[in-house]
Design a protein around this ligand. Structure first.
Ligand SMILES: C=CC1=C(C)c2cc3[nH]c(cc4nc(cc5[nH]c(cc1n2)c(C)c5CCC(=O)O)C(CCC(=O)O)=C4C)c(C)c3C=C
Ligand code: FE2
Ligand code: FE2
Length: 373
């Protein structure tokens, strides 16, 4: 077929570009945020978020009645008020930080990858949506896509739900891209090092508290009993950081925040622990939230705002909140590193696949296993 015929045949064709080298696309995702700190925007956002069966695991008909009859009538106004406390002139902190994180990850990948790389930020709920992020990657020619949910600890309610949204979009595509999905990085040494470094820098600037709380977002306890690894991964992150900083056992504790509804959630609860510690005579308390890769409502309003007030109301002097890793260099280096490791074997990673990097060692291992390689 002549070039001319092929060209006219392709006119109006949707989807991947064929005029360039294939590209690696990175979809950086986080939970999401409302479009504005107003009651109608919160109603829209919460209606999408709380209708996700991964978030609220309850019989659909019953939850539909509760959600529409009670929650969406009362919660949006209350949440909007809380969001107004953290909203900036440029918008929601989670979204602003997410954009900086995506730019930083892309910059690093462009330095390290062979071949073109593109990246988009997407939110599981609200905007920019996961569907639009994937479409933007496709329109820029990404034939291989790696999804990086910015949740260090895996939970079905967050990471699992992100996978659902990716699959919901891709099942409508004719040509499904090659895909890698990053499930967690809760015990990655570089993540632990970045957390430890951020704590040490905080101490150098603000002084050291008598105790450190590692406060993670909660989930219903039922999810743990049904096999969700989230609770164990939170414990491991905190233990590794405590070990790195050589914190004595009585100088740190794991707690869970941001309860929702009437069910029992993962315990101990952050607010109750903060109150108890203040009442016990503790004066200076440090709190870090390692499960939040970016500062947001749940850290700024709930920990730095509400919990600091609880601490001071009950006799404490200072609750010192240690910021999320946000766009710290070591955080972005670590996230780009995690992506690089997940794309081993893809052309953009450069070099042969990891198992073939040292063919002799591979052969030796195979011989030891008695294989006939
Ligand atoms: C209803 C149940 C909820 C589960 C389960 C849940 C799990 C969960 N969430 C995060 C991270 C974030 N949650 C944020 C806000 C938020 N979370 C819930 C409810 C559940 N979360 C609600 C209703 C809200 C909205 C605010 C409110 O009305 O209180 C945020 C902040 C977003 C922002 O815009 O700043 C984050 C981040 C994790 C990690 C998690 C489970 C492990
Ligand atoms: Fe949440
Ligand atoms: Fe909250």
């Amino acid at each position: 077929m002549s070039q001319l015929t092929v060209k006219s045949l392709y006119e109006g064709r949707k989807g991947f570009r064929h005029d360039d080298k294939p590209r690696l696309g990175v979809l950086v995702t986080n939970l999401g945020t409302p479009d504005a700190p107003t009651t109608p925007a919160l109603r829209r956002y919460l209606a999408e978020f709380l209708w996700d069966p991964r978030v609220v695991e309850a019989p659909r008909w019953l939850w539909w009645l509760i959600l529409n009859g009670i929650v969406l009538r009362t919660r949006p106004a209350k949440s909007a008020e809380a969001y107004r406390e953290v909203w900036t002139d440029e918008g929601s902190p989670l979204l602003l930080i997410g954009n900086k994180q995506t730019d930083g990850i892309l910059k690093r990948l462009r330095e390290h990858c062979d071949g073109p790389v593109v990246a988009e930020l997407a939110m599981r709920y609200g905007n920019p949506s996961i569907a639009s992020g994937l479409q933007k990657l496709r329109d820029q020619g990404a034939e291989r896509i790696v999804v990086l949910p910015l949740y260090p600890q895996y939970s079905g309610s967050t990471t699992g739900s992100t996978f659902d949204a990716v699959a919901d979009e891709l099942k409508r595509w004719r040509w499904v891209p090659e895909l890698r999905f990053i499930g967690q990085y809760h015990d990655d040494e570089r993540y632990i090092d970045a957390l430890a470094a951020s704590i040490q820098e905080h101490w150098a600037e603000h002084g050291r508290g008598e105790k450190m709380l590692f406060s993670f977002h909660g989930t219903p306890r039922r999810y743990l009993l049904d096999g969700d690894p989230y609770h164990c991964q939170c414990q491991k992150t905190a233990r590794l950081v405590a070990e790195k900083l050589e914190l004595p056992d009585d100088a740190w504790q794991v707690t869970f925040q941001s309860l929702f509804g009437k069910e029992v959630w993962l315990q101990p609860y952050t607010d109750e622990t903060v109150e108890k510690l203040a009442k016990s005579g503790l004066k200076r308390l440090d709190v870090i939230c390692p499960g939040f890769s970016a500062d947001c409502l749940e850290t700024l309003e709930e920990i730095e705002g509400e919990n600091a007030e609880i601490f001071e109301e009950h006799g404490g002097e200072k609750l010192s909140y240690i910021k999320a890793l946000n766009d710290r260099e070591d955080h972005l280096d670590m996230l780009a590193g995690v992506v690089m490791e997940h794309i081993q074997g893809w052309p953009e990673a450069g070099g042969p696949p990891r198992t073939l990097r040292d063919p002799e060692a591979t052969m030796a291992r195979a011989r030891k296993l008695g294989s006939e390689v």
